[in-house]
Design a binder for this molecule. Structure first.
Ligand SMILES: Cc1cc2nc3c(=O)[nH]c(=O)nc-3n(C[C@H](O)[C@H](O)[C@H](O)COP(=O)(O)OP(=O)(O)OC[C@H]3O[C@@H](n4cnc5c(N)ncnc54)[C@H](O)[C@@H]3O)c2cc1C
Length: 480
């Protein structure tokens, strides 16, 4: 059996999806994030009987807009923030189909600056602080943009046209890079440790963990395209009203087919059917189906007993090996804006990797300072209690933005590692990631796999690739 390619999937988005195979009567979907909801929406449109089982009490998964406990209509995003109209074809397609609007992203055009050992440095002022930063003599006159061009953009272009191809097709050169870490590649390109620490916030700061174990293949692909923060422009948008509006619109369409607070605890299959056992108000219930689509992140799937699911050893190994970024965000409501920057975005050398104004385009009044923790610092903060996290963030932010404590009204936080059925922020492609990609998405008997982690792209981590995975699974169902 040959499975749909990335091109097949993209063509189906444009030309319309075929109905599922006539032998498929009932499909159970595990998870009401974007992948699960999109699959449910497309299947019900084609008259297929669908049951979506969602462990939490709401739709959206890793798109989560926090409206409480804030005052004055303030809100913040615990998960996804940005849509690119240039490359997020699937997101744009479903936003349009659901009638959900976008507006300019406030991650573009920020007043970005660094805080190093207590000194504020703008990206064009690095030459004035070359000693403090510890730059090599030949890097001392470069702005950060010039460092990004020298060590990232230009050499990545030299890899070849495949780096920017609309469909992912790794060349031998790219596969070689999958065995090298981002740090090794940057060092081989001549970047000093100081330069690496300055350009890091432009890329892996967003993705999280350690440059020494991150796959240079995935990074080169990401940084060469319009996904890169250093390339951000007008095509970067955000969803009007909150990122969760897309999931909510999809969930409305399939409301009668979704069971919330229904965590799946066991999946078994034989030659004839697949059985999905879930908790319904603390009682075990079992559904039988012709197919199951599992959209739970692999790290969150540790709560599902798959002992009799007939999964191959390769699938089990892939599920164990797939790594996820840790991300924790702390949100501090301020009585007023007391900083001068219109679009505050501060990268720090402390545990708070970045502090930003969560709603910079909103007129003056109350504000939320959003503190991003990623990788090791996200894990450290995740292990604290809720009040301790807020207090820790206040202690860290006060020296960077004096007046934080005086203007503080209330705080809240969100850790993706601590979400029982999710367990991490998004796939973190580490060395050798390519070997995991095909086994991650390959169906096993009657069980199909969707979700950002099953993407054709090495950098799944987006709403776009969660939606793409749903379209791909619908093609799988039509062919069987
Ligand atoms: C901090 C952060 C920032 C991000 N930034 C962006 C961005 O700017 N732009 C962008 O496009 N994307 C971004 N993303 C990525 C994007 O949010 C995700 O890739 C996408 O939402 C994943 O959708 P999904 O359907 O694959 O998984 P999920 O949304 O995780 O959905 C899976 C669902 O399955 C449920 N589930 C798990 N186990 C079970 C079980 N046993 N039984 C029943 N249900 C279960 C979960 O509760 C969850 O609702 C970001 C993510 C994070 C965390």
């Amino acid at each position: 059996m040959s499975w749909p390619t990335q091109q097949d999937t993209r063509t189906a988005l444009d030309n319309g999806l075929p109905p599922p195979h006539s032998g498929i009567g009932h499909v159970v979907i595990v998870g009401a994030g974007l992948a699960g909801l999109c699959a449910a929406y497309e299947l019900t449109k084609r008259g297929t009987r669908v049951t979506v089982l969602e462990a939490s009490g709401h739709p959206g998964g890793r798109t989560r807009t926090l409206r409480a406990p804030f005052a004055d209509g303030l809100q913040a995003e615990a998960g996804a923030l940005t849509v690119s109209t240039q490359c997020d074809d699937y997101t744009v397609h479903y936003l349009r189909e659901m009638g959900v609007e976008t507006e300019p992203s406030d991650l573009v055009g920020t007043d970005f600056s660094y805080c190093r050992e207590g000194t504020r440095i703008r990206p064009d002022q690095t030459a004035d602080h070359a000693d403090l930063l510890g730059l090599h003599p030949d890097e001392r006159d470069l702005t950060i943009e010039e460092m990004v061009a020298r060590y990232v953009t230009k050499p990545n272009k030299d890899i070849g046209p495949e780096i920017l191809a609309p469909l992912w097709g790794p060349s031998p050169r790219l596969l070689e890079l999958d065995q090298l870490s981002v740090r090794e590649v940057l060092e081989a390109r001549g970047a000093s440790a100081a330069a690496i620490s300055l350009i890091e916030p432009y890329f892996l700061e967003m993705r999280g963990n350690e440059l020494g174990t991150a796959s240079a293949m995935a990074w080169a692909r990401y940084e060469s395209g319009p996904w890169s923060l250093s390339a951000a422009g007008a095509e970067w948008r955000k969803i009007k009203g909150g990122t969760d509006m897309l999931a909510r619109a999809l969930a409305d369409k399939v409301a009668d087919h979704v069971l919330y607070r229904a965590p799946v605890v066991r999946i078994t299959q034989d030659d004839h059917e697949v059985r999905v056992t879930f908790l319904d108000r603390n009682r075990l219930q079992t559904l039988t189906a012709d197919r199951v689509i599992v959209t739970a992140p692999f790290v969150g799937m540790r709560h599902i007993n798959l002992g009799m699911a007939r999964l191959s050893p390769e699938k089990h190994a892939t599920m164990r090996r797939m790594r996820y970024t840790s991300a924790t965000r702390v949100f501090l409501q301020m009585r007023r804006q007391f900083w001068p920057e219109k679009q505050l975005m501060l990268s720090t050398d402390g545990p708070v990797r970045a502090v930003r104004d969560a709603m910079p385009l909103r007129p003056a009044g109350r504000k939320i300072l959003e503190c991003w923790f990623s990788g090791w610092s996200a894990q450290a903060v995740a292990s604290m209690g809720p009040e301790e996290r807020v207090d820790f963030a206040l202690d860290e932010v006060e020296p960077l933005l004096p007046g934080t404590r005086a203007n503080f009204e209330l705080g809240t936080s969100f850790s993706w590692d601590n979400e029982r059925h999710i367990g991490g922020a998004y796939v973190l492609p580490e060395l050798g990631h390519h070997a995991l990609m095909e086994p991650a998405r390959r169906p096993e008997g009657r069980i199909h796999f969707a979700g950002e982690h099953t993407s054709y792209e090495p950098n799944g981590g987006s709403m776009n690739y969660a939606l793409e995975s749903a379209v791909r699974v619908l093609l799988e169902l039509s062919g069987s």
